[in-house]
Structures are given as structure tokens and as C-alpha cells.
Ligand binder design. Structure first.
Ligand code: AMP
Ligand code: FE
Ligand code: FE
Ligand code: ZN
Length: 280
């Protein structure tokens, strides 16, 4: 069984439509794929229809933006009730804040490089969540940088001069909202230190207390030493261990299925979740 529990579509900052993503998952030989766009469930229906057609099982989820002591963190929510207001209201608030924040980043950038808000809208197209990757695409289209990676290296860096944060709930609040909505919360790439600050260990204890179900240990942004460390933490706190690609289509080098989750871990996620897995 090849199970990949973390991917993005054009509903957020991936480069493929939800249907294209599911088709690509099938072509990559995955038995199960999770669609986990940032702060939205907008891609769920299209992905579900495609999953029924191509015969790849689909886990519907969301990658929820959150903060822990000033550090930006991501929490994967699996199989929640998308209508339940506990999580849906937090996601709506984050999406709204993301638009204002993206406009402010563009205003700051525009002092030094050629870019307009319309450029970003042209790139985001049907995305319901605006993110820095869309600003990166606008910079690429203008010839300012060669690719998304280069845009993030300086102009869009979290610790750079143009950066602006958006609203996101505190991580224990987000974990509780995911659980209240019938979802299963897994801490995404919790030790990805190349991308910015990571949380101190006590946050794992706090989130486990708040209802966290698992840690995404196997992710390309984790070194072997970080994976060892996270496995020990998961063992100590009795948390599930997942592995995933964090695929963004052509927007990142990550390949579907490059990290996988064990079938018994998926079984436990399904047992704890509310929304069913889509199968052919
Ligand atoms: P935002 O959610 O708007 O703060 O933007 C962060 C998102 O940008 C992350 O979820 C990643 O998907 C993406 N990202 C971060 N670093 C890079 C990079 N070096 N190249 C491409 N995408 C990146
Ligand atoms: Fe992303
Ligand atoms: Fe993430
Ligand atoms: Zn992701």
C-alpha cells in the first residue's frame, strides 16, 4: 500500500487542479492520497469526483496555519466535518487575513521591484487561498527571479524586509478546533528548520495534551537526526507517525509518494475521523 497524506492543489498553492492532482497520484502508483490545501476545503468535491473516476482512494483534509509562541506552524487536519464552524470559522478568518497580508507584501515589494496586485491575482487565478507562492509566481512572470525557490530565498523570506504575517490561531486552539470538527490533527513538518524557526520541545507536550494525534516525521525537510528525535517524541507521547510528500505540483521539487505512511496508521486516522475516505 502506497499512502501519501499531504498534497496541495490550485485551491491553495499547488500548480494542478484537484482533479489533475488525483490523476497524478494514480499515475505515481499511489493507493491513497490526501488533499491538504492550506486553510481551505474548496478542492474536496472536485478531488472526490476524480478519485471515484480514477480509482485512487482520497483522504480529504486541510493544512491549517497556526502559531506557537510566535513560530508559524502547520497542522494537518484529516477527515473533519467541513461544515463544522469550530474549524471552518478559523479557516475563513485566516483566508481573509491572507488577502490583506499579501497586498501589504506586494506594496512593500513594489517599492523595489516591478510587481502589482493584479500580477498576483493573475497567478492565483481560481485559488481561494492567496499565499506567498502566488507572489513568487508573479515575480517569476515579471522576470525578477527564475523560480519560486529563488523568490523565497530573499524577497519572500519570513525574516526578510518585505515580510508580513497573517492571522492564524494559536496551535492548541487549532488542535482543539480540528478535534471539535471531528478531524484528526497531525503536526506537519514539525522540525523543518531550514525554512525558519521551529518550536521548542515543550510545544509537543502541550499539543499532545490538547488532542494532537500524530507527527509528520517522514518529510523531505527533516534530516535523519531530526527524524530520530521526532520518533522518540512520538513514542514518548504516544503519537502516530506519518510520512508524506507535501507535493505542490511544479511549484516545488517534492514528488508524489517520496515519503509514505504505514497502512495501520491510516486505519487509526480513519477510525478517529468523521468524514469517510472516498473510494472507487
Ligand atoms: P504562506 O502560506 O503564504 O506563508 O507561504 C508559505 C508557503 O510557501 C509554504 O506552504 C510552502 O508551500 C511555500 N514555500 C515555502 N518555501 C518555498 C520555497 N523555497 N519554494 C517554493 N515554495 C515554498
Ligand atoms: Fe504550500
Ligand atoms: Fe506546510
Ligand atoms: Zn504543505
Amino acid at each position: 500500500m502506497r499512502i501519501d497524506l499531504h498534497t496541495h492543489s490550485r485551491a491553495s498553492d499547488g500548480t494542478q487542479t484537484p482533479a489533475e492532482l488525483v490523476t497524478a497520484a494514480r499515475a505515481a502508483g499511489l493507493d491513497v492520497v490526501a488533499l491538504t490545501d492550506h486553510d481551505t476545503t474548496a478542492g474536496w468535491d472536485e478531488a472526490a469526483n476524480a478519485a471515484r473516476e480514477v480509482g485512487t482512494a482520497l483522504v480529504r483534509g486541510t493544512e491549517v496555519s497556526a502559531r506557537a509562541g510566535g513560530v508559524s506552524v502547520h497542522l494537518l487536519s484529516y477527515l473533519q466535518d467541513p461544515e463544522h464552524p469550530a474549524l471552518a470559522d478559523e479557516l475563513a478568518r485566516a483566508r481573509e487575513s491572507r488577502v490583506h497580508r499579501a497586498r501589504r507584501i506586494v506594496e512593500r515589494l513594489a517599492r523595489d521591484v516591478p510587481i502589482t496586485w493584479q500580477d498576483v491575482l493573475d497567478q492565483a487565478r481560481d485559488a481561494v487561498v492567496v499565499g506567498r507562492p502566488h507572489i513568487a509566481d508573479a515575480l517569476v512572470a515579471r522576470g525578477v527571479v527564475p523560480d519560486r525557490d529563488a523568490a523565497f530565498a530573499h524577497l519572500l523570506a519570513s525574516d526578510g524586509p518585505y515580510h508580513v504575517d497573517h492571522y492564524a490561531p494559536e496551535a492548541p486552539v487549532a488542535v482543539a478546533a480540528i478535534r471539535a470538527s471531528g478531524g484528526v490533527p497531525v503536526f506537519a513538518h514539525p522540525a523543518a528548520d531550514a525554512r525558519g524557526r521551529i518550536v521548542p520541545d515543550r510545544v509537543f507536550d502541550e499539543l499532545a495534551e490538547a488532542g494532537l494525534a500524530g507527527l509528520e516525521v517522514h518529510h523531505r525537510d527533516h534530516s535523519p537526526a531530526q527524524r530520530e528525535r521526532l520518533l522518540e517524541i512520538a513514542d514518548r507521547l504516544d503519537l502516530l507517525v506519518t510520512g508524506s510528500s507535501d507535493y505542490h505540483g511544479a511549484g516545488k521539487v517534492n514528488l508524489l509518494g517520496e515519503n509514505l505512511t504505514a497502512p495501520d496508521v491510516l486505519d487509526e486516522i480513519v477510525r478517529q475521523g468523521t468524514t469517510e475516505v472516498v473510494t472507487a
